[in-house]
Design a protein around this ligand. Sequence first.
Ligand SMILES: Cc1cc2nc3c(=O)[nH]c(=O)nc-3n(C[C@H](O)[C@H](O)[C@H](O)COP(=O)(O)OP(=O)(O)OC[C@H]3O[C@@H](n4cnc5c(N)ncnc54)[C@H](O)[C@@H]3O)c2cc1C
Ligand code: FES
Length: 272
Amino acid sequence: MSDKLTATNTLRTTRILSVKTESPTTKTFTLQDRLCAKAKPGQFLMLWIPRVDEIPLSIMNVEGTRVSVTVKAVGDATRTLHQMKSGELVGVRGPFGNSFTETRGRVLMVGGGTGTAPLLFLAKKLAAKAKRLALVIGAKTKTELLFLNQLDALCTEQSTVATTEDGSYGLKCLATEPLGKLLNKEKFDMIYACGPEPMIRQVFTLTEKRQIAMEASLERLMRCGIGLCGSCVIGKYRVCRDGPVFTATQLSEVKDELGISKLGFDGNRIPF
Ligand SMILES: Cc1cc2nc3c(=O)[nH]c(=O)nc-3n(C[C@H](O)[C@H](O)[C@H](O)COP(=O)(O)OP(=O)(O)OC[C@H]3O[C@@H](n4cnc5c(N)ncnc54)[C@H](O)[C@@H]3O)c2cc1C
Ligand code: FES
């Protein structure tokens, strides 16, 4: 193991500096960690929640030596974390994985659920560089459209389309519906996608037909975070080591699995 990986893979205990409620199900936690604060958009960290579990989380922001993650409460570890307050101890490893390439051209981001967190980090980097920065954002309901205002402010004027499944805000449909229409109308140099894998599959299908460059961040079950255990495998790739950001060419190599099935906690294949 290289010295660099040894350092990032060493568990550091640190205190939660602040907790911010983003939605009824989602909170942002800010921690002090010198190594993770050097992360680039797309990278993730492993957060150890004492006595419960260690989980992978995308890095949402870095500032000085501070790093923030935005977490949806879905199970044991994330629900326990949601009960924790500033000053309490957690453990951190990372940053791990690769990052999005930062494109200067006409860029479209497609985000769903907590997938908008790494896109906000990316948008902050792209705002001054990209020729055009547009966004399609989707969620089940209005309160789960995370970071809509911050993202909208970073995008080119009038370039945000929001969708909700229940119609409580924006268009009543899935994010991929207006995406198809937008891609027929406008030319983009790069599409960045982050969200549920079935959504990523649809974005991939739409961009593949039109031969548009795409990068997507994938989420699979992770244990080690450094390419050893195999729990995050998709095709020939290990998401923690080879991703989590994959290009359209790589996604086409794992088309049989993308958004269709993944390994469960017991190692058996389960459908999405
Ligand atoms: C690279 C990466 C980045 C991630 N970034 C974020 C993020 O920024 N914010 C966020 O809220 N979540 C993120 N996740 C998902 C997060 O890791 C899981 O929600 C968490 O591990 C669930 O743990 P739990 O004990 O609360 O739930 P569990 O009891 O373990 O599971 C509850 C439900 O969540 C699903 N789940 C569990 N682990 C994962 C996982 N690793 N990936 C996807 N689904 C999972 C299970 O299938 C189950 O349906 C990310 C996952 C990966 C792989
Ligand atoms: S999490 Fe162990 S190989 Fe990816």
